[in-house]
Design a protein around this ligand. Structure first.
Ligand SMILES: Nc1ncnc2c1ncn2[C@@H]1O[C@H](COP(=O)(O)OP(=O)(O)OP(=O)(O)O)[C@@H](O)[C@H]1O
Ligand SMILES: [Mg+2]
Length: 212
């Protein structure tokens, strides 16, 4: 079972949008998906589920011991669990707990100096959590560039900077698009054909690469 955590330091970094679309893409690909809302605030994954009647379940687990509670809840019923998290800065304990059991961490990041600057704190937490994981290793993690502007040099610049830091950047990148900006509460269809669909498939490949 894959456990994909969408994590960033601050609010408004497209975590919920990313978690929702990745879950929808896995569902469209025929996988059994569970969404986990570890945030529960405002326009959360849980309230998105309720507003749009999404065809996959979402549970709220906004607690600091997700790593203890989740295994008993999911059992072996799902192929992939996608966890939307609160901003790490505000809810470090919850995010740390999620990172203890995540197989993959997706860090959505706009190609801007402010968002790049926040990456260091997320990487520190990912390294720190290794000692509290069963495998003693940090979870597989990758940056997903989001809100990229067409033909902007910033995309290439920040892709290179993050890569030079030794962090995987998914090839898929999510444009600054109305489709995604307006998507909360939307049932989301045809996601596999979008950049989020590409990102979801890349994540499956990362898993295969690690297992090989
Ligand atoms: N690809 C995109 N292009 C343009 N706007 C986007 C895109 N994805 C998300 N947004 C917008 O960015 C804002 C933040 O998105 P979202 O709620 O997913 O972030 P978040 O990290 O979950 O925030 P919070 O920590 O407050 O829960 C929203 O207004 C959303 O509509
Ligand atoms: Mg959110």
């Amino acid at each position: 079972m894959l456990v994909i955590a969408v994590v960033n330091l601050k609010g408004g970094s497209t975590k919920t949008t990313t978690a929702g679309h990745l879950a929808a893409a896995f569902h469209e690909a025929g996988m059994k998906v569970l969404g986990v809302d570890a945030d529960g605030e405002n326009e959360s994954l849980q309230s998105w589920q309720e507003a749009a009647d999404l065809p996959w379940p979402v549970i709220t687990l906004a607690v600091s011991n997700v790593h203890k509670q989740l295994p008993g809840i999911v059992g072996d019923k799902y192929d992939v669990v996608v966890i939307d998290t609160p901003p790490m800065k505000a809810q470090r304990g919850t995010v740390y707990s999620v990172l203890r059991i995540a197989t993959h961490v997706v860090i959505p990041m706009a190609p801007t100096p402010v968002e790049y600057d926040r990456l260091a704190a997320v990487r520190e937490l990912i390294d720190e959590v290794a000692g509290d994981r069963e495998d003693g290793q940090p979870p597989i993690h990758a940056v997903l560039l989001t809100r990229v502007k067409p033909r902007a040099a910033s995309t290439t610049v920040y892709r290179q900077l993050v890569t030079n830091d030794g962090v995987t950047v998914l090839k898929a990148q999510v444009g600054a698009l109305e489709r995604f900006a307006q998507s909360w509460g939307d049932p989301m269809t045809g996601v596999l054909d979008t950049s989020y669909g590409e990102a979801a498939m890349e994540l499956l490949d990362l898993e295969a690469a690690v297992k090989a």
